[in-house]
Design a protein around this ligand. Sequence first.
Ligand SMILES: Nc1ncnc2c1ncn2[C@@H]1O[C@H](COP(=O)(O)OP(=O)(O)OP(=O)(O)O)[C@@H](O)[C@H]1O
Ligand SMILES: [Mg+2]
Length: 364
Amino acid sequence: MEDEVIVSKRRASGTEKVSSIDGETVESEMEQSMEYTEEFIEEEHVPHEEPVGLDLEDLEGVGRVTAQKLRQAGYASVKDVAYASSHELATVLGSEERALSIIRAAQRLISLGKLFMTAKEYYEERKNVAYISTGVRALDDLLEGGIETRAITELIGEFGAGKTQLCHQLAVMVQLPRDRGGLNGRALYVDTEGTFRPERVVSMARYRGLDPEKTLENIIYARAYNSDHQMLLIDEAKHLIEEEGVKIILVDSLITHFRAEYPGRENLAARQQKLNKHIMQLAKIAAIYDAAVVVTNQVLAAPDVFFGNPLKPAGGNIVAHGCTYRLWLRKGKEGKRIARIIDSPKHAEKESVFTISDEGVLDV
Ligand SMILES: Nc1ncnc2c1ncn2[C@@H]1O[C@H](COP(=O)(O)OP(=O)(O)OP(=O)(O)O)[C@@H](O)[C@H]1O
Ligand SMILES: [Mg+2]
């Protein structure tokens, strides 16, 4: 447990003080505390291939009535059931035993039943993972191809670092054809801070040679008003994703509402548990629907750190373990921005430089 100073600007709370960290003057606010609960997100990188035209009624042990119950509870497809936890599904089906047998049936149907594979098979399977170009060569190189599908990429940084700008740009880039770094897909933009600006999308689309009107139509926008609303949106999103061809889900920012609604040490456990659920939701959607998830996160400064970097991402272990890739953005000299990947399972620790202009996020 440690006291920390939040460096990111907190629009939600509206209170801003000024302090000096690393020689730079930043707006900040005293935070009560941050915890480090030991709950880790389970990896959801399970390969799958759903045969077309499967209905819930195709599941062994599921009749019309049960199928209806499942649909009402938000389990719309065989995939949803296959990835559910028995505990979760038991509330719909009455017992964990029954839930488990139906989950297994769903997993068998979509070939999740296979428990082991060789690394070679996994390697082959991972070739289906796709990448969305950030529109910045230096960042794509850093990320070894761009933003990955079936994973959560976290953009970390202090205020003005460029997190929101990059989210806007990704909502545009995903629409490009594959040979230009996109996935010919649409974007879902969940805005928790009210900082989405369609005008920025218009400028970025023009720069990329896209029709601005069409580009805007391909971004499905939702403003999240509180953490419950944010989670509801993601719950509902799964219906949109397949039908609307969404290939990237952007949540800007992941944590603002959670922090504002659950302040102080006494609410920490509840907040982290809920945040964990939210990240699980996102991880599941990424894995099931082959989409990329990008979330933004604030930076905190621990005043008790005397050596090394006193800044760290908000959200503790829950966010650190829940996100697959973490890209840390910071402001450099002359308006430049510096990006670094931290804690990656596959990337080397190196840095890239980029800039932000009227046309969007660009190479220097
Ligand atoms: N049209 C533009 N032309 C040039 N630079 C711009 C333009 N729009 C935004 N910027 C730059 O982007 C910065 C804002 O970046 P952004 O909103 O992405 O920050 P952020 O990391 O999301 O911060 P926060 O934590 O406050 O949400 C501005 O400070 C400015 O430097
Ligand atoms: Mg922002």
